[in-house]
Design a protein around this ligand. Structure first.
Ligand code: HEM
Ligand code: HEM
Length: 147
């Protein structure tokens, strides 16, 4: 029965982050729908409902991807006993996390803001859409690290 026993802990981060990227797609599609509908004013109640759903999914996603990030570093350091932040996956993963938190900051301003200008919306959209694109590349880079 040769072969090293595979440490299942090493799969926790990849599975976790795959789930968080699925939620990212849902948050993105809800946000894009809100953006599209903004051009054609529609029922206020329905819009608020969609906005609340966008918020719920987005906040859950942000919590998942942030804990998943910490998990990646923790498993790298304590399960694999390898030096951390030596991979492109980690560098670009850090950029992704920064973009999403900056996007959340702009999203919070959208929630609170009065007299919002198109730029206020595009700041939020720019950060999260760029974050989403790079996140997919980070996922591809992650496969090379799998045990
Ligand atoms: C906690 C973090 C977030 C907050 C507070 C937030 C809040 C908002 C708000 C208030 C809007 C404007 C809705 C409207 O037009 O009525 C919006 C739009 C949008 N959100 Fe978020 N959001 C967050 C995270 C995200 C995430 C993680 C994504 C994508 C993965 C995302 C994607 C979008 C997109 C694409 C739009 C449309 C922007 C536009 O109109 O150009 N948001 N968000
Ligand atoms: C969804 C696909 C992903 C896969 C398959 C994946 C895979 C991996 C693997 C195999 C490791 C090595 C540690 C371990 O085995 O647990 C790792 C580490 C790591 N991952 Fe991911 N990952 C993914 C997504 C992400 C995302 C979206 C981020 C950032 C937001 C991220 C950030 C990190 C970080 C910071 C490390 C530590 C690496 C180091 O210190 O060099 N990962 N990832």
């Amino acid at each position: 029965m040769g072969g090293e026993p595979v440490n299942l802990l090493l799969y926790l981060h990849p599975v976790w982050q795959t789930a968080s990227l699925l939620l990212m797609v849902v948050a993105l599609s809800l946000g894009l729908r809100l953006g599209r509908e903004r051009a054609h004013p529609w029922e206020r109640e329905a819009r608020l409902r969609l906005q609340r759903l966008h918020l719920k999914v987005a906040i859950t996603f942000l919590g998942l991807i942030s804990t998943g990030y910490a998990l990646g570093i923790a498993t790298m350091a304590f399960v694999r006993d390898e030096p951390v932040f030596r991979t492109a996956h980690a560098y670009f993963g850090t950029i992704v996390l920064g973009l999403f938190w900056l996007g959340a900051y702009y999203g919070g301003r959208l929630l609170r803001g009065q007299n919002l200008k198109p730029k206020d919306y595009s700041n939020h959209a720019f950060c999260v859409i760029l974050g989403a694109i790079i996140a997919l590349a980070v996922a591809v880079m992650g496969y090379t690290l799998l045990p």
